[in-house]
Design a binder for this molecule. Structure first.
Ligand code: SPD
Length: 286
């Protein structure tokens, strides 16, 4: 029960729907060159990072999101060695990429250095040892600029962006996806988050349509992230050809790569997350 004097972070998830998080301590409030950045200790969900009033992560459920953004495409790849992560300044996606023993190089391209520094200072449980890992090359730059002169370069390209509004919008549009296809090797795969199909009908449809106009194969899949709007979160994987592995093949790869005892991703979740409820299928057909 909220008491007078309690402090809350309140996110307007959509008009008329608000998410309240009780705050124990505000740790950082900063106007960066690009956005408003907040880090706080919440009462119940560990530390939280927000950008422009939207929750990017809480320590309680960030692994659910990062594991699902990263492992489905990485497991589909036979031998991922060179990976680019665009965005994800907190480092959670890079952390998950580094679990795959075949990875030799991760280019981590984040536009806002302040987000990286905030994670380094306040979210060590998220970025863990990635700053010391010699396989990681951190580049502070807009993703689309850094990718512009690359070609045929990556086994995997992962876009860990904010919601498809404001400055992040170009990362959900066709010209950016064309660039992404060009920078991937022939067998390379692309993944990104695309919002919630419960509230963001147009955004999810737009991503699916724009990706489908660029990549021969695109699949949407779903996961659960309790602190994101509605909790039901969509991701997309795309490439020239998606490797449709069966359960025993996925299990074998996960065992070989030490991907056991994760918080959300498992071989069974890998397969089931591609089964879309009728309301999502209808959304994509529309
Ligand atoms: N509505 C929040 C969507 C945020 C997606 N990206 C989060 C970045 C975490 N690495």
């Amino acid at each position: 029960m909220a008491k007078k004097g309690d402090s809350f972070f309140i996110e307007e998830q959509v008009e008329g729907v608000h998410f309240h998080l009780k705050i124990k301590q505000w740790l950082l409030r900063q106007k960066t060159r690009y956005q408003e950045l907040i880090v706080a200790e919440t009462e119940d969900l560990g530390r939280m990072m927000a950008l422009d009033g939207k929750v990017m992560l809480t320590e309680a459920d960030e692994a659910y999101y990062h594991e699902m953004l990263v492992h489905p495409l990485m497991v589909m790849l036979d031998n991922p060695q060179t990976v680019a992560v665009i965005g994800g300044g907190d480092g959670g996606s890079v952390r998950e990429v580094l679990r795959h023993p075949s990875v030799k190089k991760v280019y981590w391209v984040e536009i806002d250095e302040a987000v990286v520094e905030a994670s380094r200072s306040f979210l060590s449980s998220v970025c863990m040892g990635i700053f010391e890992d010699p396989r990681v090359d951190l580049i502070i730059a807009p993703g689309e600029e850094w990718l512009a002169d690359k070609e045929d370069a990556f086994d995997a390209l992962i876009v860990d962006g904010t919601d498809p509004i404001g400055p992040a919008l170009p990362l959900f549009e066709q010209p950016f996806f064309e660039m992404c296809r060009r920078v991937l090797k022939a067998h390379g795969l692309f993944s990104m988050q695309c919002g919630t199909p419960f509230y963001f009908h147009n955004e999810v449809r737009m991503v699916n349509r724009n990706l489908g106009s660029v990549f021969p194969q695109v699949k949407l899949y779903l996961g659960y992230v309790p602190t994101y709007p509605s909790g039901l979160w969509a991701y997309a994987v795309a490439g020239e050809r998606l490797n449709e592995l069966n359960l025993s093949e996925i299990r074998k790869r996960c065992e070989q790569r030490g991907l056991t005892n994760l918080r959300y991703y498992s071989p069974e979740i890998h397969l089931s997350s591609f089964v879309l409820p009728p309301f999502v299928q209808e959304l994509l057909e529309f």
